[in-house]
Design a protein around this ligand. Structure first.
Ligand SMILES: [Zn+2]
Length: 155
């Protein structure tokens, strides 16, 4: 039996899905405190990345484990309406991988941070900072798939 009522679950889901979710805010606050400057929810980029470091051409998505189908405890699917949830979550996963590919083809580096990683914020921030530091050493504008194609993203 699913122990959440439908109403409670949809409340929970809408919170998880929205912008400025708690894990995202936590990461933004910690990065800001450590001197990183970024833009948020940048609409000119595929997938509207949550946190964007324009100069480093690096985008971060902070994903809720349930909606984005992470294989962890938080990503456990309800036992009821299994096909319904599987369909929704698989669709989200496909969209995630498509937007990551689009960003990569435009020369962006993409990091996905999972909600469950926030159980250890120090480790999560270290990983993000290591990724950002690595971005500094990669020539900007060089995409994995398209070489040195210029992009006009208005950012
Ligand atoms: Zn997770």
């Amino acid at each position: 039996m699913d122990n959440l009522t439908t109403t409670k679950r949809s409340e929970l889901m809408s919170r998880v899905r929205g912008r400025d979710t708690k894990p995202e805010m936590t990461i933004r606050r910690l990065l800001h405190a450590r001197g990183w400057r970024y833009r948020v929810s940048v609409k000119g980029l595929p997938g509207t990345p949550d946190i964007v470091f324009s100069r480093l051409k690096t985008a971060i998505f902070v994903n809720g484990c349930f909606w984005h189908g992470h294989t962890c405890r938080l990503g456990t699917r309800p036992k009821t309406r299994e096909a319904f949830w599987a369909d929704k979550i698989e669709t989200n996963k496909l969209r995630d991988s498509r937007k990551n590919d689009e960003l990569a083809s435009r020369g962006w580096r993409v990091l996905t941070v999972w909600q469950c990683q926030l159980s250890d914020t120090d480790a999560a921030i270290s990983e993000i900072e290591a990724f950002l530091e690595a971005s500094k050493h990669i020539p900007s504008g060089v995409g994995k798939n398209e070489g040195t194609k210029e992009t006009k993203l208005g950012i």
